[in-house]
Design a protein around this ligand. Structure first.
Ligand SMILES: Cc1cc2nc3c(=O)[nH]c(=O)nc-3n(C[C@H](O)[C@H](O)[C@H](O)COP(=O)(O)OP(=O)(O)OC[C@H]3O[C@@H](n4cnc5c(N)ncnc54)[C@H](O)[C@@H]3O)c2cc1C
Length: 388
């Protein structure tokens, strides 16, 4: 099992057993599996290397009457000090295949030969269907690291996800909150996902329209949480480039650095540089990215906010107040609160600099939320989910 950080020592002491050929790890610290680096032990962590493993893992949890939490890279998830008395299932199936390319389609990519035998009994969803008049379809196993997907697409000159460069995520988690950045979101290119449906105990395909995408939402984090385990995703990309106007920060970077390459690889390079400058690298600096959500308003509430001098942005995703602005105006930027540093360049990001426990987070969060409420009358909401 590969932890998300470099601290391997819990994994050296793993007590491993194999149930139905499936890798079942016991007592794994959630802090070692999540980028905020908080959280006590999870009773079981199962790494699913085939779709069959996913079904078996749910069966295992049912047998022992334990709750399930699906974990990806852990970049938007926080653990509690007491840990999780249940089963965490992680998608470890990797691979990117183009339509019509040779693809096993059974989640066996990257799986040791002796483990591939466990496939039997569950039918693969198979390669995506392709309409030749449209773009190029990529089928990506849900355990693939998202940025590998973006890199792969950009190297082939395919547009559609280049602005989503460097978002820490596994591919299977990407549609859950409809990841987005710099004017693109995964819903723009996602055709379908293959899932294990825990409600019916079956494998099925959900189309884009069935996923109810909106800003940072899909049915998987709204009406149907914990129901679907994403096995693989299918994207449709096109040769070409992103259409102008680009996000202000992209335009500004191009101008400042006198750059003209706006191919997918060019935009990827710009976005990667902008992100490296303002966001902590989760492999070395613990955080969950944006910890607070922006505040969405009705037009009437927006006018009230504006009358108080609060800037409001009207965009395609709705009318919103940038919560980073509220935090900044409370003079919290750069402050260290109960071990959490409010990131200087992106104040929505809390960096776990020296916090030891979820309790520290509780206190830091309350301080920030209360300060913003006292000054502006808005309650900030947390973005990351919690394992409980
Ligand atoms: C430094 C930093 C920068 C970030 N920047 C951005 C950004 O620009 N834009 C953006 O949108 N997000 C951003 N994020 C948030 C994060 O990258 C996304 O939420 C990402 O999709 C999380 O992926 P993950 O694999 O870590 O998911 P996890 O945190 O492990 O899980 C997130 C949710 O998805 C569910 N899930 C995970 N895998 C599956 C699966 N196979 N099937 C079903 N459900 C699953 C989990 O149960 C959980 O509810 C950032 C985070 C960090 C730390």
């Amino acid at each position: 099992m590969t932890p998300v950080n470099n601290d391997n020592h819990y994994f050296q002491n793993l007590k491993k057993c194999y149930t139905n050929n499936m890798k079942v790890n016991e007592n794994i610290l959630i802090s070692s599996l999540t980028t905020m680096r908080l959280g006590g032990p999870a009773r079981y962590v199962i790494e699913a290397e085939t779709p069959r493993d996913v079904a078996d893992a749910y069966g295992f949890a049912r047998t022992f009457n334990l709750p399930v939490f699906i974990l990806g890279y852990g970049a938007n998830t926080i653990g509690h000090d007491e840990g999780f008395n249940g089963v965490i299932i992680i998608n470890r199936m990797r691979g990117i295949s183009e339509q019509n390319a040779t693809w096993a389609g059974d989640g066996s990519e990257g799986v040791p030969a002796e483990r591939q035998a466990t496939w039997g009994g569950v039918e693969p969803a198979g390669p995506a269907q392709q309409d030749p008049s449209s773009g190029i379809r990529l089928k990506i196993m849900g355990g693939e690291y998202w940025d590998n997907v973006v890199e792969y697409a950009c190297n082939k000159g395919l547009t559609g996800i280049e602005a989503l460069s460097k978002i820490p995520s596994l591919a299977g988690a990407a549609p859950v909150q409809n990841i987005g950045a710099y004017g693109q979101e995964i819903a723009d290119t996602l055709v379908s996902i293959d899932v294990y449906d825990n409600a019916t105990g079956t494998f099925r395909t959900l189309t884009h329209d069935e996923l109810g995408f909106s800003y940072r939402h899909s049915i998987m984090n709204t009406s149907e949480p914990n129901r679907y385990f994403v096995i693989s995703i299918t994207l449709e990309l096109h040769t070409g480039q992103m259409k102008r106007p680009f996000y202000n920060s992209i335009e500004a970077y191009l101008e400042e650095h006198n750059l003209t390459d706006t191919s997918p690889a060019g935009i990827r390079a710009v976005v990667s540089a902008i992100r490296a400058d303002k966001l902590p690298d989760p492999t070395t600096i613990p955080s969950s990215g944006s910890f607070f959500k922006n505040i969405y308003l009705s037009e009437a509430d927006a006018e009230t906010a504006e009358s108080k001098g609060i800037p409001v942005r009207r965009g395609h995703d709705g009318i919103k107040i940038n919560s980073a602005w509220l935090i900044e105006k409370c003079h919290l930027k750069g402050k260290l609160i109960h071990g959490f540093r409010i990131n200087e360049k992106a104040p929505l990001v809390l960096i776990n600099e020296s916090a030891k426990s979820y309790q520290d987070l509780n206190q830091a969060r309350a301080k920030i939320i209360n300060k913003v409420y006292d000054k502006f009358g808005y309650w900030l909401e947390q973005e990351p989910v919690e394992i409980q």
